[in-house]
Design a protein around this ligand. Structure first.
Ligand code: FES
Length: 299
């Protein structure tokens, strides 16, 4: 179920500053995709490999949807590509699929998505809804100007229409310009408190995808309540081949320090075993090289 042939961009939508949604004809991957998986894009011959989480796919149309934030030279240039252009190759689907359990009717699966965490969260939340679970989506953005997928004709609203009361959505913005003011941890704490007090749904599981500091804050909070939490760590991957070592995640299991690789063992990793003090600095490891590369390319 792997594919690696040239694949054409069939549609493209500007979502927010520096963020594009790109739909690519890729029928083999679309047919095999499962929630939580990612692909490895070779944008052009001799380019660098770019791992991207599957934000959506359409088996009938044979397309996959990628949401790309232009941060490095390659992602900025990928976002400048047009409908009709082709990527040199896309391999996938890769990574372990999300573990989807059917939980009890009085439980909920809580997603905390920070900014660009919403696209990778979306198919996992949908899979839980399709399995019959109640889902609470807490989707946070820095400010109202950075919102995407939140309008009445967009994906989150479509899920709400399809699944009704099975899905609760809470938006947060850091500056209070949309939804609840503050971070995703605010509503999460209220849900965990209500569950502990017996006045709200039991939180079966928390899934967190977003900026590293946010994932850590979510992990620290849910640990206090003893609620299983997984972090999806695609954002740390570089080549997603298991060989570069860039995606190493320091974890502690039974008091032993162990290394996991997000691209092989993940992308989802139990957030409560991650040694966040050691892990967080790794997210900035290529900042200087990315900046130098952008400057070389005049971006
Ligand atoms: Fe290179 Fe995982 S991304 S080893």
């Amino acid at each position: 179920d792997k594919a690696a042939t040239a694949q054409v961009i069939v549609s493209k939508q500007h979502l927010a500053d520096g963020i594009e949604e790109i739909v690519v004809h890729s029928p083999v991957i679309a047919a095999a995709a499962q929630a939580g998986q990612f692909v490895r894009v070779l944008p052009w011959d001799d380019g660098e490999l770019i791992p991207l989480t599957l934000a959506d796919w359409d088996t009938e149309a044979g397309t996959i949807c990628l949401v790309i934030q232009g941060v490095g030279t390659s992602s900025i240039e990928m976002n400048a590509m047009s409908v009709g252009d082709s990527f040199a190759g896309i391999a996938g689907p890769l990574g372990r699929a999300s573990d989807i359990h059917r939980y009890a009717d009085d439980e909920t699966v809580v997603f905390t998505a920070g900014g660009l965490g919403l696209p990778p969260v979306y198919p996992i939340a949908r899979a839980h809804l399709q399995a019959g679970n109640h889902v609470t989506l807490i989707s946070g953005f820095r400010s109202a100007g950075l919102l995407f997928w939140t309008g009445p004709d967009e994906r989150v609203a479509a899920l709400q229409r399809e699944f009704g009361d099975q899905l609760e959505v809470i938006y947060t913005t850091n500056d209070g310009t949309f939804g609840v003011e503050g971070f995703v941890t605010g509503p999460l704490e209220q849900l965990l408190d209500a569950a502990a007090a017996g006045t709200g749904r039991t939180v079966a599981e928390v899934v967190t995808i977003g900026p590293p500091m946010m994932m850590r804050a979510v992990s620290d909070l849910s640990r206090r309540y003893g609620v299983k939490t997984v972090a999806s760590l695609n954002s740390i991957m570089v080549d997603a081949t298991g060989m570069c070592g860039a995606c190493m995640v320091p974890v502690v299991i039974d008091g032993k320090n162990i290394r996991k690789h997000a691209c092989i063992d993940g992308p989802e990793i139990d957030a409560h075993i991650i040694d966040w003090d050691k892990f967080l600095p790794r997210f900035g490891q290529f900042k200087a090289q990315e900046k130098a590369s952008r400057e070389r390319h005049g971006l």
